[in-house]
Design a protein around this ligand. Structure first.
Ligand code: GLP
Length: 268
């Protein structure tokens, strides 16, 4: 494979299918998590939700279960993660909330308490104040170390809908029709049940992460991945602000990458 000289993205890693891609992502995550064992108070992890991330968490949990118990205890003892976003107005028992998603795929399997696995409170009386406090708490803890990201078909990251600049902070946002349609699958396909507002970390917090891993799978993401790799940064394409990040890893399967025009492939 050709060596990639460009500084951005740091690496593009392509695998033939989503399953193989997930295994590669988790290889790297495991390595990064092991590194944290030697740190006294590692900076928070930045976690994401969505269909793309489900197999990542399932594979990660399965790997962590084979860790020596003392190492796993240490990892979980110092665990601190901040999720990107949450819908506004879903009850805490709602299985479609990101709180419920994280409890199912990460919290319960690893027996993490909610104070270690942070998700914005979508039921806060004042969601805008909740957003400010959430962003502030993340800053107080030093910002994100490793940020996992999926992507919306309109180029949103978290719930940073276009138009969106690179300095937007954690805030209350209104969801676009495109996003609500994309995410209706989680609400039995009923668009009326998809909330209209959400709390999201802003591009400011995302771009402040030390390292970003963007995971893109499936043909439905091919167009937006191509845009990321070929278009200049602009408010109309929130993902394009990732071009400013020096430590971005893009992980894609053939279905997503196949239609991209650029032949930039870096080997692991
Ligand atoms: C959702 C979430 C994003 C997620 C993205 C991709 O709207 N807010 O954080 O990365 O859309 O979702 P999926 O993986 O289901 O395509």
């Amino acid at each position: 494979m050709p060596h990639m000289k460009e500084a951005w993205p740091k690496k593009i890693l392509i695998e033939r299918d989503a399953k193989t891609l997930v295994a590669s992502v988790v290889d790297l995550l495991e390595e990064r998590l092991r590194r944290r064992l030697s740190e006294d108070s590692p900076k928070p992890l930045g976690l994401a939700t969505g269909r793309t991330m489900r197999p990542v968490y399932i594979e990660l949990i399965s790997r962590l279960r084979s860790w020596p118990s003392n190492e796993l205890e240490k990892l979980l003892g110092s665990w601190c993660s901040f999720n990107l976003d949450e819908y506004v107005g879903l009850t805490d028992k709602n299985i479609d909330s990101y709180l419920a998603y994280m409890a199912k795929y990460v919290g319960e399997p690893l027996q993490l308490t909610p104070d270690k696995l942070r998700v914005p409170n979508g039921l806060a009386q004042d969601p805008q104040i909740e957003a400010s406090l959430y962003g502030e708490e993340l800053r107080m803890r030093g910002g994100v170390s490793i940020q996992l990201l999926g992507i919306g078909i309109n180029g949103h990251l978290g719930f940073n809908e276009p138009p969106c600049g690179p300095n937007t902070p954690c805030r209350l946002v209104r969801l676009s029709e495109t996003t609500r349609i994309q995410n209706a699958f989680a609400f039995n396909g009923d668009l009326n049940k998809v909330p209209v507002e959400a709390i999201t970390l802003g591009m400011a917090e995302i771009l402040s992460a030390e390292e970003i891993h963007l995971i893109v799978t499936g043909t439905s993401k091919a167009h937006i991945l191509n845009c990321l790799l070929s278009q200049p940064s602009s408010n109309d394409l929130p993902e394009s602000w990732l071009r400013q990040h020096k430590n971005l890893y893009v992980w894609a399967d053939h279905s997503a990458f196949g239609q991209c025009k650029r032949g930039m492939i870096a080997s692991k």
